[in-house]
Design a binder for this molecule. Structure first.
Ligand code: DX5
Ligand code: ZN
Length: 224
């Protein structure tokens, strides 16, 4: 299994002090910054866009992992690439041509990924395995932080793990499996053992004062 990446979601950070929050959580051991983009159309909430990505880019060399919960998708790809995103993932049913959107993301120099909601079939990956660098499995319905982990995600992680392993055995490039929603110290271990390689956590990290403490306990659980 590829090394685990911890990706705190700044959705649960203090937006009045966003720069300090990003700097602090990385100093406290985070690997990536997970950046939730919501458009009040694809999901019932409204968050942050390319300008905010551009504002945090100079603070760090860490991967900025942009999760696009928007419809349509394509017009935002060049804007986030210019704003310094490293990874962009989108929900395939929100794009009219997912193959084209994946290619567009890579053409802009970023890693590309598909996001599958709890009720979205893994069949969306058919014919696209060569075009993705990451599969993001939602373990809550997208739109809000602080929801509880949907247990059936674990079976889905195992299913996608199998497909990714087969793809890699055939000489395909490395594909990360990221899980997003309701991840806490007490469930991150079983998500890792199902085969995930990247872990988004918003409220579990930013919802309490000791970021370093939670991050190191999450790592311990992952390595068990
Ligand atoms: C939900 C977002 C998640 C969310 C995770 O739509 O995609 O990234 O912030 O937050 P927690 O960890 O609180 O479930
Ligand atoms: Zn997210």
């Amino acid at each position: 299994l590829a090394p685990a990446k911890l990706a705190p979601s700044i959705l649960s950070a203090d937006f009045a002090r966003l720069g300090e929050e990003v700097t602090q959580v990385l100093k406290d051991g985070a690997d990536w910054i997970h950046f939730d983009v919501m458009d009040n159309h694809y999901v019932p909430n409204l968050t942050i866009g390319p300008l905010v990505c551009e504002a945090i880019r100079p603070l760090t060399d860490a991967v900025i992992d942009v999760h696009l919960m928007v419809e349509p998708v394509d017009s935002l790809v060049p804007l986030f690439a210019k704003a310094g995103a490293n990874v962009m993932t989108f929900h395939p049913e929100a794009s009219r041509h997912p193959d084209r959107t994946l290619a567009m993301i890579r053409d802009h120099g970023c890693k590309a990924g598909l996001v599958l909601n709890p009720a979205t079939s893994v069949h969306w990956l058919d014919h696209l395995m060569d075009k993705v660098d990451m599969v993001l499995l939602m373990s809550v319905n997208p739109g809000f932080g602080g929801q509880s982990f949907i247990e059936s995600t674990l079976d889905k992680v195992r299913l996608v793990r199998q497909r990714v392993d087969e793809h890699m055995a055939k000489g395909g490039t490395l594909i990360d499996i990221e899980v997003d929603g309701g991840i806490k110290i007490d469930n991150i271990g079983k998500i890792r053992r199902a085969g995930a390689t990247a872990f988004v956590a918003g409220s579990a990290i930013f919802g309490q004062p000791d970021y370093a403490g939670v991050i190191s306990r999450m790592r311990q659980e992952i390595e068990k």
